[in-house]
Write a protein that binds this ligand. Structure first.
Ligand code: NAD
Length: 354
């Protein structure tokens, strides 16, 4: 065993079907008397159900979170939060709802219960991406690590196939990069391999039958494991590229991850052979970048960044931004192969190692 450092992120996790019904008990555990609820519109019915049952323990419901936590939205929500008299935060939704909850926790110190309804993996991390004047900046602090995470498989049963697949690939990207992170450790290696296995099996099954309860349960379990390793491991080239392309060209977060992942992994593959072996074992195929691409195809994901709005002249711009700030990555960044990688991802070509 090589030397390692392992820091666990303290969070209570409740996983199962129908677990949203434990919200009141979980509020009691944290001593939350009245909650400020951030809810995604797609879960309006479930949110109405639980908030009605909790009566005056719900101080306010913020109905429409915005992706990438814009600071002006947070400022408006903060005003409502102050007027509401709430002493705790509850967010029910995807990464956008959880992002707003973290942004409010950062500004108030209030405890959070989060109920993720996509697979994107923000709930177990002390990472927060906030946008100001169009620029997204990521901060890390235990201040806004959610105290309790309730995973309720029932809330994911209606997650559309495309969103399931895209947010699931976003999650897989966390586990992939964890396997070659400089600060990886035996726990993250085990969790990341298991996370990729669970998610890689579950996503095509969800695409084939979105009402498959076992596949839904496996996918949410995989999402938990992916989020857990994201919360502990440093990320590499892939997350950098997703951040640069997504942020610069205002591309959808999950689409950008899904399209880029096979290409960024093909770039890193020669430098991370032990990680590639773990991934191959998890997925059951040696050609891991192409296998990831095939999983994306199974739910009809777009193939190229050009299909989601990135202009062709953005390729050079993206390369320039990547090299402006040096970034930790197992294979050193070289300009020509990085330009080739971004061009292939833009065009929707097959992933290759250059
Ligand atoms: P999202 O939260 O923006 O949700 C996408 C869409 O799905 C929304 O329209 C939402 O209403 C809908 N939706 C959510 N749950 C649903 C359900 N069960 N059924 C039907 N529709 C549903 O998407 P996301 O991909 O989960 O999150 C993206 C955001 O999360 C980005 O801002 C990204 O930066 C952030 N993120 C942060 C971290 C972190 O660790 N800080 C990790 C991953 C993602």
């Amino acid at each position: 065993m090589e030397p390692f450092v392992y820091t666990a992120n303290p969070a209570r996790v409740v996983f199962g079907h129908g677990t949203l019904s434990t919200l009141g008990e979980e509020m009691d555990r944290l001593g939350i008397r009245r909650a400020f609820v951030i809810g995604t519109p797609s879960q309006a019915a479930a949110i109405a159900g639980v908030t009605t049952s909790l009566g005056d323990r719900i101080a306010y419901t913020w109905p429409k979170p915005t992706m990438h936590a814009p600071v002006e939205v947070t400022a408006r929500a903060l005003e409502e939060l102050k007027h509401s008299g709430a002493d705790g935060l509850v967010s029910i939704g995807g990464g956008s709802s959880i992002g707003l909850s973290k942004a409010l926790a950062l500004r108030t110190g209030l405890d959070q219960i989060v109920v993720p309804t996509t697979y994107s993996g923000s709930e177990m991390t002390s990472l927060l991406g906030q946008t100001e004047d169009g620029v997204k900046t990521t901060t890390e602090s235990p201040e806004f690590l959610p105290e309790t995470v309730i995973y309720d498989v029932d809330l994911t049963m209606d997650l559309p196939v495309a969103l399931s697949g895209l947010s699931g690939m976003n999650a897989i990207a966390h586990a992939v990069e964890s396997l070659y992170a400089a600060n990886r450790n035996p726990i993250t290696d085990l969790m990341a391999e298991e996370a990729i296995r669970a998610m890689a099996c579950a996503l095509p099954a969800v695409a084939a039958d979105p009402s498959d309860r076992q596949a839904r349960s496996d996918a949410l379990y995989g999402a938990w494991a992916c989020s857990l390793v994201l919360g502990i491991s440093g990320m590499g080239l892939h997350h950098k590229l997703a951040h640069v392309c997504g942020g610069t060209f205002k591309l959808s977060h999950a689409h950008t991850h899904t399209i880029l992942l096979p290409h960024s992994l093909a770039y890193n593959a020669p430098a991370v052979q032990p990680a590639m072996q773990r991934m191959a074992r998890a997925i059951g195929r040696e050609d891991v970048p192409q296998a990831l691409r095939d999983i994306a195809d199974s739910f009809g994901a777009p193939q190229g960044l050009k299909d989601i709005g990135m202009p062709e002249d953005g390729i050079d711009h993206a390369v320039e931004i990547v090299f402006r700030n040096p970034y930790d990555n197992p294979r050193p960044l070289a300009e020509q192969p990085i330009r080739g990688l971004i061009r292939r991802a833009w065009a929707g070509d097959a992933p290759i190692t250059e």
